[in-house]
Design a protein around this ligand. Structure first.
Ligand code: SF4
Length: 638
């Protein structure tokens, strides 16, 4: 049923969804205003000068709004001092109070700041991690309780022209919502829309909505569903995008770019926050780089009819393809890296790609590249079994693990082809229906789809939807050229371009062309597969960005934990600043390290508390012990 709903203007061309314009102080969000970027302070909100200093650094970096946590009335009251301090220093940035569990704090904050963020999962409902059965009557009674609790805040916001963000987090859905909808994108959307209906009944419309998750796929599906429901109702409020607890460094950036970028490409999203477990001002340039792709971008003309039936945009399903050796079918997406610029490729050139030749034996990491493109070269050393070599068809000679790459014409004219696997490089402009059918008959073909421009997601959609429509099952690898980009732009742009296609299950592999080192290209490629959860090759860290509730230095602890656990492929470790939101936010994690107070930590296995309030000095080591006790530890290979 859900999949019939349109959720964007057009999947096959860029077109921004026009939402209602909402003012947050001097900043207008939604409508056709630019996509706004924001961040959140991490200092204790009671420390006025530290919080104001962080807010100023966020603004200096280009942040257009600053969020500050207000866990209780005391912090909410101190927002006044922080605001004064900022104004005294000439900073007139709109402030947002972040509220969980404390409607009283929201009501105080709403009289001071320009926007209040509330979480429907915990504004009045509670999450006790047990799914109770709710009768219709009990369910309705709780909704009435919310109404009763929310109306005073709405009245204050109306009086003070304060906006409200209804910010749903996948990890903190209430037991009531869970009982009816489960832990699903639909549950997230319904949880937010309940609050919207209460606001609308009070004729309050300065609403912004967000649907966040640490899993980019869930975040994408929830936001699409939200957009669909709002289109259906005819009332489109601005949407704030973010991937929660995305972590630090490259992984955090990739996860955010995949989730946020996929939606911005759909035309969904009016303001974004990139959450990183780093200094808050570090988030701004990342957010700006993502947003820059859309500055001045006008809505394209549709390429063809909006074919929403080609895929279900609200859940992950991989396009059905026939397996060709280890590509397509049920195989994980594959990675190709170009080494053709190296003359005389030696075994040591494979080292940055995860293959080390030690005493005549190949040591292979979990992140070993699947195929290398060598141009016309031939490799004269014995290769590890896991790697394939791609040669230009002219130079190809049948040899184990060596496969040719043709143009379309060359392939159909050639009488020397591989019986197992032939790559065909193709630009989508050069294909027609007859060729589609011819290609479909050949079960040894993998298409390497490329285009001269990178910003071509909608053209790729157009092409692949056509394949789906014609029931063509040839696997597809996308080859994009990022040669003009530095490593940061490579990482963010490829995460959006390729990540969006992987998120929709449309492709079977990736080939990033870049002047960066093979090691960087390999890491970026595997990072994108990990973020889209299409191929897990390393430990997953779900670490919160920290805020005024955190009582330890999260980036340092995250780095300590990472340094000892990054070889534990497939394990998810949550590192959370506070007990209030941490357990909910890391709902997906296998193990959790959660701050519980000054100098104390609680350790979790899944959602179960295993060691409560232990001193922080021992907590990292005890976490490792816990992982060992549960049999998930392996020693690092030498
Ligand atoms: S989980 Fe982290 S960011 Fe979220 S409220 Fe707690 S300390 Fe703040």
């Amino acid at each position: 049923m859900e999949k019939q709903l349109p959720y964007c203007n057009n999947r096959l061309s860029f077109s921004r969804l026009k939402t209602r314009e909402v003012h947050v102080g001097s900043v207008a969000i939604g409508g056709m205003n630019p996509i706004r970027v924001q961040s959140m302070t991490t200092a204790n909100t009671l420390d006025t000068s530290a919080t104001a200093a962080e807010a100023m650094r966020i603004v200096d970096a280009g942040g257009e709004m600053v969020r500050i946590t207000a866990p209780s009335i005391k912090e909410a009251q101190n927002l006044e001092n922080i605001k004064d301090e900022l104004r005294k220093n000439g900073y007139h940035v709109p402030l947002i109070a972040d509220i969980h569990f404390t409607p009283n704090a929201a009501e105080v904050a709403a009289q001071i700041v320009e926007k209040v963020r509330i979480n429907p999962g915990n504004y009045t409902d509670r999450k006790k991690f047990k799914v109770a059965e709710y009768s219709d009557k009990a369910y309705q009674e709780e909704v009435d309780k919310i109404r009763h609790r929310l109306i005073p805040l709405i009245k204050i916001c109306k009086r003070n022209k304060t906006a409200i963000r209804i910010g749903v987090n996948h990890g903190s859905l209430s037991d009531r919502i869970m009982s009816r909808y489960g832990d699903t994108p639909l549950g997230m959307v319904e949880s937010g829309l309940e609050f919207v209906q209460i606001c609308e009944k009070e004729k309050f419309y300065d609403i912004i909505l967000s649907m966040k998750s640490s899993n980019p796929l869930i975040m994408v599906h929830a936001n699409r569903l939200l957009a669909a429901k709002m289109i259906e109702s005819g009332r489109l409020y601005p949407i704030h995008l973010g991937v929660t607890e995305s972590g630090e460094g490259e992984d955090g950036r990739i996860k955010s770019a995949v989730g946020i970028g996929t939606l911005l490409e759909d035309g969904i999203g009016d303001t974004i926050r990139v959450s990183l477990t780093e200094k808050p001002e570090n988030e701004i340039p990342v957010a700006q780089t993502i947003v820059k792709r859309y500055i001045g971008k006008v809505n394209d003309k549709p390429i063809s009819n909006n074919d929403l039936k080609s895929i279900n945009p609200f859940e992950f399903k991989r396009r059905e393809t026939n397996p060709v050796t280890n590509i397509g079918g049920k195989n994980p997406p594959r990675i190709i890296i170009n080494l053709s610029r190296i003359t005389n490729i030696k075994p040591s050139d494979l080292s940055p790609l995860g293959y080390d030749l030690l005493q005549n034996k190949w040591q292979i990491s979990d992140q070993g590249t699947d195929y290398i493109f060598v141009g016309k070269q031939s490799l004269n050393f014995s290769l590890p079994d896991q790697i394939g070599i791609i040669q230009i068809a002219d130079a190809w000679q049948p040899k184990p693990k060596h496969f040719p790459m043709f143009s379309l014409n060359e392939f159909f004219k050639s009488n020397q082809k591989s019986e197992e696997l032939n790559f065909i490089k193709i630009e989508f402009s050069k294909i027609d229906e007859k060729l589609f059918r011819k290609i479909n008959r050949e079960k040894s073909i993998v298409l390497v789809l490329t285009s001269k421009i990178n910003d071509n997601l909608h053209k790729y959609h157009n092409f692949i939807f056509e394949l789906i429509r014609q029931k063509i099952t040839t696997p597809i690898i996308i080859k994009n050229d990022y040669s003009k980009f530095d490593s940061n732009l490579l990482l963010l742009n490829s995460s959006i371009d390729i990540g969006a296609l992987l998120t929709d299950g449309l492709i079977d592999g990736m080939w990033l062309e870049s002047n960066q080192s093979p090691n960087i290209i390999n890491q970026t490629s595997f990072g994108i597969l990990q973020a889209t959860r299409t191929r897990i090759t390393k430990t997953e860290y779900i670490s919160c960005p920290s805020c005024g509730r955190t009582q330890f230095y999260l980036p340092e602890v995250t780095a300590q934990i990472r340094s000892k656990t990054e070889h534990l492929k497939g394990i998810k470790i949550g590192i959370m600043g506070c007990i209030v939101n941490g357990p909910g936010e890391m709902a997906d994690a296998d193990y959790g390290y959660v701050g519980t107070g000054n100098g104390t930590i609680t350790l979790y296995k899944g959602q179960e508390v295993i060691r409560k309030n232990i001193p922080s000095e021992n907590a990292v080591e005890e976490l490792f012990e816990l992982i060992k006790e549960h049999g998930d530890w392996v020693e690092r290979s030498a």
